[in-house]
Design a protein. Structure first.
Length: 171
């Protein structure tokens, strides 16, 4: 079947078998390997991408079902060489350890912040509840998302400190 979709801002057209999952289309056909593939049962959430701005588990979506839609992967978060505040937050607050769940968590966080720029900890935990992280215990992930909410322009902690204390910036 011929499909056409927008992936990270670029129009993509390909011929695919009707049974190809979106996760395999992204990874194997488009070489966007930031979308991870984990459980094969839609339980882990590692394969989460944004479809029209809504988090979906790409292991549950056929590539043909994504035709005509806007797909955003972790590779599409940064713009013009600048990290998305969510990516910066994960760096600043150590929101990753092994990194396997990180792309899906980041995309879920981006969708949440686009909808609710100042979510509570409970709202953040609910938003990421469909994803499994086996390393962090979620505390640093929640802090990372809260950091991104507090820094929509994406300034780093070092830049925050310099802005707060001009004497330290010149030292």
């Amino acid at each position: 079947m011929q499909i056409t979709m927008t992936v990270n801002g670029d129009s993509v057209s390909r011929e695919v078998e009707a049974r190809v999952l979106l996760v395999h289309f992204l990874r194997d056909v488009l070489s966007l390997t930031g979308t991870h593939w984990g459980c094969d049962t839609s339980n882990c959430g590692l394969c989460t991408v944004l479809m029209d701005g809504v988090p979906v588990k790409s292991c549950t979506v056929l590539a043909v079902m994504a035709s005509g839609h806007d797909i955003r992967t972790v590779e599409g978060l940064a713009a013009g060489g600048t990290l998305d505040p969510v990516q910066q937050g994960f760096m600043e607050e150590h929101g990753l350890q092994c990194g396997f769940c990180t792309p899906g968590m980041m995309l879920t966080a981006r969708a949440l912040l686009d909808k609710n720029p100042n979510p509570s900890e409970d709202v953040i935990r609910e938003a990421i509840s469909g994803q499994i992280c086996r390393c962090t215990g979620y505390a640093t992930i929640v802090r990372s998302i809260r950091w991104a909410a507090a820094h929509p322009a994406g300034a780093s902690k070092a830049e925050d400190t310099a802005a707060e204390d001009p004497a330290e910036a010149s030292a």
